[in-house]
Structure formats: structure tokens, C-alpha cells
Design a protein around this ligand. Sequence first.
Ligand code: IVH
Length: 702
Amino acid sequence: MYTPEQEQKLLEETQHFLRETPPKNSLQEAGNTIDQLRRIIGYHDYRYYIASEPVISDYDYDRLYKLLGSIENEYPELVDPDSPTQRIPQGLTKEFPTVEHIVPMLSLDNSYNEEDLREFDRKVREAAGKQQVEYCVEPKFDGAGISLVYNKGKLVRGASRGDGVAGEEITNNLKVLRTIPFSVNLQGYNLATLELRGEVMIPKAFFVKMNEERIKEGLAALANPRNSAAGALRMQDAAQVAKRGLIAFIYHISYATDANGMSLIPSKLVTHSGNIALLHKMGFKTPHSLMKVCKGIDEVIHYCHEWQEKRDEYDFELDGLVVKVNDLSLQEKLGFTSHHPRWAMAFKFKARQGSTKLIDVHFQVGRTGAVTPVAKLAPVEIGGVSVSSASMFNEDFILEKDVRIGDMVLVERAGDVIPYIVKPVREARTGSEKIISFPAVCPSCESELVKPEGEVARRCVNINCPAQVVERLKHFISKDAMDIEGFGGANVQRFFDLNLLDSIPGIYKMDYAGIEGLKGFGSKSVEKLKKGIEESRQQPLHRLIFGLGIRYVGQATARTLASEIRCLNDLEEWDEEKLSSLQDIGQKVAASIFEFFHTPENLEIIRSLKELGVETCKPEDAEKPQEGEFHDLTFVFTGSLERFTRNEAKAMVEERGGKVSSSVSNRVNYLVAGAEAGSKLDKAQKLETIRILSEDEFLKMI
Ligand code: IVH
């Protein structure tokens, strides 16, 4: 946690480093600069990962990070294991030794209804000899449990839960997570050893995206965020762990001693809510903003019901709430059973698994030709939603689980994640179930499928396969690519089926007369579509590159490529070596880009797009990436502005490389609220991820 004064100073220093070459002419100067940069980067990690309110663009963050790395390279004697550049250790961790937790990591007792909670409260009150007990209610994170040990403020060990008594030492992998500080400082407590508990999670949206990418690349889809987080923590290559979007929430201090070896619990650390506030202050991501201190069990029950309704709105998977006695001396008095603490109770949300019959399996062809099986199910209600299809991932999954048509299957729906089959219920087999045979030919164009070595997906390699063409078109127009307003995936399929659209360049020579009059297409929607298509001609180059659907080229790689070229055609001249010299582009990606720009059909698409007026070059003055401090940040201005006009505000943001939007959405980073701000302010407050600024705060930022 930082005071406003500290923040202001760090921001000034940030701007300074972004503008000027730092002093590093002597070892001492370099040492000072390195210290300063580490502090600044630590602060921006905090803004991004803990407070979820970044104040600089990713681009500027990368510049600071690279600057630090380059000075450390020049002065290797100044490299310190605590530097943010050392988060991803080189080399592989071959083995994860078993380590014993200081305090065993127990389970929680579960409750499913009001009565269970009242019974828990009755026992607690009886032990406390009180009429009413104060509880904390906080989310029960559905991820992978971890423990962290800090010695004199330094992170010395990270471990998985294991069997509760001992887990695997995974310090190197946990160090990758920027939500885990390397060192913590707690003045006034004289801390010696600190053992913390928490949960490593993958944000739902990140998980969905990551799986989409994996499927496109022919890799096995991951079942759910929980298993993926647990799996990631055991990976040998920390660089791969870093790609899983892992976030650690810390929710418990299990052990804390001072320099004399005396326990600080419950003498100095007296309440759970106080501990959470303290952990937050130390720079951990904690449940503090979602936690409620409740006066008695009625309040607890009310809060539990409230949460049950809104669990899907939260960015992370929760499987319930945890009710904890707030007073740590009462916790001590209540103690533990061999299985769980007597001072806590989990309130589990309704299960989101159900069983139903697998009626059939359809095979879907993706944009890159990967064929994936989709289960058609007898509709079943799971967690309030009717589910009639589910992912079956790939052929290996079907074989491994031995799923058959006609089987009763267990289906899980985890938040926004597409429902998936967990396993068949073998006990319910009648003998009439049919083995699923994977097609040998493409279900769309009937060309023979191939299974490249090292991939789990069978693939259709016919570039003109109708299903692939449709998927490529859908990708091209999608939000993350050319973002064509007024167009949607269903219409792509429709226009394709009606022979109104058969290629990417076809979008820019659409027969609007042929569309007008189609069901649902009045003159207004045609105008909207026309306008959306028209405007997309000017989309920035990185969007076009991403939209072309080059295998392995995600949004980040598309941005990297766009920042290195002026025109798309420049890439025709690049060989694999030059491509793989770029940040984050390895051999495999370089080979794919090279192949794309040496395939005549693709070059023909680019030529046609150019002819049809699609911008394939960056404007002259944008040869370098935008270096404005607001690069990648979107602002909304609302209410009546007194310090500047809307146009002035827009100019101020755009001058710094940012964007101004008229509506509030997840993509917005800041909302500047003038007097009498109304619904936009309300919406921004609800979205939580948007930072709300007054006019003065905005001016200060500038
Ligand atoms: S407290 C001594 N708080 O759920 C008890 N656990 O099913 C310490 N979990 O083993 C646990 N969110 O891994 C606690 N807010 C939370 C939690 C939480 C998730 C996990 C934890 C525990 C498991 C039991």
C-alpha cells in the first residue's frame, strides 16, 4: 500500500524514466538507478495486479522493465534475486522436493444451507459463552491452495497444499506471480517468520481466451481454471507458468512470530479482518473488498444468499463462501479437529455438475482446420442454465475417458466456461452404448484429415474448406480483430450460405442490395453494416494482422509485428531468422508467419484488401509505436465538466496516445466524472475495474 504522497512521487519518477536516459556511468550511479527502477516497477505491479488500476500503459511498463534489464545486463554484479527481472528463473525445475508446512493446511467443514450455518453458530456461541459472535464472510476461492513463508520479510519458500501436512516446494514457479511480493515490510511488528495461506487462480476470462487459443493451435483444451492453475504450478518451465495468467489471493496468516520467537497471534494480531487489512497493506491481493464483517449469524446468512446470486459476476471461480470467527483468541479457544478448524465453516454454492445422456457427437471444424468433438446432450439444468451441448476437447480425451454415445455423462459448468464432460458414468451402462469413431475425413469438405506430430487435434488442411472459410471470416470481423460493428458470426454463416460472401476481401465488395430485404435486414441494419465495414478499412495494422488469422499469431504477436513494419507487405521480405529475433516470437511462430507470407493465396488476399481500400500501411507519422503515456488506455468523460471542455479533454487524452469512448464498458480504464454525473458513473462503479477520477485528479495525472 502506498500513501498518496508516495504514489505521486513514484509517478513523477516513472515519467522521468520514460522521458530521459537514466544515469549509469559508474557502478554507484547504476546501483541507484536500478534501486529506483525496482521500486517503480514494484509500484506498477501493485497498481496492476493488486489494485487492478494500472496508471501506465503496458507498453510503458515494458519500457521500464526492459530498461532495468538492460542496466542489470551492463552491471551483472548488481543483479539481485529480488529484482523484478528475476521473477522468471532460467532453466527447468526437474523436481519439486516435499516440504512440511509449519502449520498443517487443513480442509474446511462444509455447509449447504441456513440450518447448517445456524448449527455452526450455536456451537461457536456455546464455546464462547456469548449471545452473539462476530464473523467474517469471504469468498471461497476455487483454485490451487498454496502456502508462503517469509523470513525477516523475505520470501523464502512457496509450497503447494499436498496432503495438508506436507506439500511440494514450488518457490520458483510462485515467484513468477507478480501478486506475490518478494519482500514485505511491516513496521511495528518486529516480524521474524510468517506463514501465509492462499489460493492461486486463473481469471475466468483469461481461461476462456487461453483455451480458445489452445484449441486453434491444436493443443489440448484445459478442463477448468482450478485444474489448470494446479497443473501450472507443477510445470518445470517457469516461463510457461508465466503464460497461464495466474493470480494469488492470500486469505490467512497461519503463523507469525517476532524476533524472540513469540507468536503474534492472538496477542498483536487480534482479528481476522485486521489480518486481511494487514496483508493488503503488505501488498498482497486479499479478499478485503469482498469480505464482510457480520454482527451475528443472521447477517452472515443474508450475505451468503446475496453472493449465491451474483457469483457469476465475479472474475474468478468461487465454490462458496467461508465464514470465519473474527476474534483470533476465540479461534484459538475453538481449535481444530484433525480435518478442519472449528472456527470456520464453508458455505458451498449449489453444485454446477449434473448428469445427462450423451445423444450424439458433432465434429466442428475450426478456423485453422482443427476438428473438435462437441457433445449433444439431453437438455439438463445445471446451476440454473439449460445445457444441451458440451465440449469433449479432443480425440485423446474421448479415448482416455472411454466416453460412448448413449452414456450417462457427468457434465460440469464452471461460470462462463463452456460446459464440459467430466466423465462417463460407467455404472449406468446398459451395453447398448456405441463407441465414438473420429471421422477420417473433414465433415465440411470431406478431404482427408491429418494429425500432425505432437498435436492432439486432427486437422483439415484444405485451405478452401467451407467451414474454415466461415470461421476465418468470423475471426476477421470479431471484436479483437477488425471489430466490424453491425456484423456478427451468425450473419457471416448466413451470407456465406447465400453465396453473398466467400472470402475476406469479399467483405469489402458486399452486395448490399442482395442483403437488404433478407429477414431481419431492413435499410437501417444495412446502413449500420455498411458503416461498420467502411470504418474498419482504417483499423490499425495490428488488428488487420491479427484478423488475417496467421497460425500462432495472437494479439500480442500481431502488435509486435505491427510495431516493426510500416506496411503489411514488408513481412514478405522477412526471413525466419529476422522474425524470430523479435520479442516473444519463437521458431514455430516465425515459421508460421514466414509460410503465411509465402503462400500465393494469402498474398492475393492482402493485394485485394489493399485494392479495396483497406489500410495495409501505418500512417506516415505512426512509424514508431505510440509512445504516449496513455497508450492503450481508454477514458470516458461524463457529467458537466468545469475545468475543460469535452473537446479539450479528448485532445489531451489523444495527444498522449489514449482513446476517448462515449460509453462505459469493460474496455474503459478511466471515467472522469464532472458534476451531476449520472448513469455512466453508476455503471463504472459497478464494473469495479474502471478507475473513477475527478477533473482535478485527471489534470494531476496529466
Ligand atoms: S481458510 C485453516 N479461506 O478451501 C483453514 N480457505 O476446501 C484455512 N480456500 O484448504 C483455510 N478460499 O485451500 C480459507 N477464503 C478462504 C478460502 C479457503 C479457498 C480453500 C483452502 C482450503 C480449502 C478447503
